[in-house]
Design a protein around this ligand. Structure first.
Ligand SMILES: [Zn+2]
Length: 338
């Protein structure tokens, strides 16, 4: 999947921001002959190309209507197929005119003249990838995916023919897509690593501050007001004051927890990886360090290894001063130190 994100922050849907807990995915196609994303997604980020009419959906009411969806699939200006997320997944989108708006994630596929099998084949496969990604992200299966047309037949969407009216012209179908998504999901399950997630509440997906393969790391990341859940939503740990050592967190800002590049018991280690643009925060969100000079990632790695006693000024690894520490050993020790 060629995934990009450009939120339609001016759209009424984004402004209103009703919360969504996704129960399924509804696929649409635009019903207009224009395969280029720039018609719907903007402003130009350098890849989309310019839309001089500025009539993309990053307007309060595109075409005078209260409409939006979560993502678009179509062409970049160079003809490459891409996916653009334009609304956060946990916001309701007004895409199908009925109750499906309150339950379903939605994406629109840009239609062309409905005469190019190669284009349809490309966007069909991009849609499969997006569906697999969303199913994994929100614990959905292929059975939770339908198109606008199928949504109408079960009474949760208005009367439209997309995408069947287009796909059927070239032998593609929603059943075919669901089969492919099912295959994709079972493939990923083969190498599946169970993750422990840290959230305020299992149902509050947007509160998630991390997902960890190692339970102890999940517990360590669990802040006041948060809990650790296993993959089935069973609560296995609740934050307890003073159980785990205080951690210094390196983030762009305290609120931007997704920007976190590390959490360290040792303040020096946190400082060492704190590159320009980031700051170190204590457990209570108080900023304790902000780098003064330009501090690049390569400097940070070097300083981190030095502060852990693993690398000399010349870049050689020599933990015990006997010249016998190998780089692999050093990395292992460094991992255990942090
Ligand atoms: Zn539709």
């Amino acid at each position: 999947m060629n995934f990009h994100r450009l939120y339609a922050t001016a759209n009424k849907c984004y402004v209103v921001g009703n919360k969504l807990t996704p129960k399924g995915i509804m696929i649409h196609s635009t019903g207009a002959n224009n395969p280029y994303l720039k018609r719907y997604v903007g402003p130009d980020d350098g890849l989309l190309g310019t839309n001089s009419y500025k009539n993309y959906w990053n307007n309060y009411q595109p075409g005078g209507q209260s409409i939006c969806c979560h993502a678009f699939i179509g062409k970049l200006k160079d003809g490459t197929i891409a996916t653009y997320q334009i609304l956060p997944w946990n916001y309701q989108a007004w895409h199908c005119g009925r109750s499906g708006n309150q339950t379903h994630l939605s994406f629109e596929i840009c239609e062309d003249g409905l005469n190019d099998k190669n284009y349809l084949d490309a966007v069909y496969h991009e849609a499969i990838d997006l569906c697999i990604y969303l199913c994994k992200e929100f614990g959905l299966s292929e059975k939770d995916i339908l198109d606008h047309h199928e949504g109408n037949s079960i009474g949760i969407a208005s009367n439209h023919g997309d995408v069947a009216h287009w796909w059927s012209l070239f032998g593609y179908s929603m059943d075919g897509l669901r089969d492919e998504v099912k295959k994709g999901l079972s493939k990923t399950n083969e190498n599946h690593v169970a993750l422990y997630v840290v959230r305020k509440d299992w149902s509050d997906i947007s509160s998630q501050i991390g997902a960890y393969a190692i339970l102890d790391n999940a517990k360590r990341a669990c802040l006041s007001g948060y809990k650790v859940f296993d993959e089935n939503g069973t609560e296995i740990y609740e934050y307890e004051d003073g159980v785990y050592p205080e951690l210094y967190r390196v983030r762009k800002s305290w609120d931007d927890y997704r920007s976190q590049i590390g959490a360290f018991i040792n303040l020096d280690h946190a400082k060492a990886v704190c590159v320009t643009g980031y700051k170190v925060y204590d457990e209570n969100g108080k900023m304790v360090y902000s780098p003064e000079k330009k501090w690049k990632a390569s400097d940070a790695r070097h300083a981190l290894r030095q502060s852990a006693g693993l690398e000399t000024d010349t870049g050689e690894y020599d933990l015990n001063g006997d010249g016998k520490t190998t780089a692999a050993e050093a990395r292992q020790i460094l991992k255990n130190t942090l």
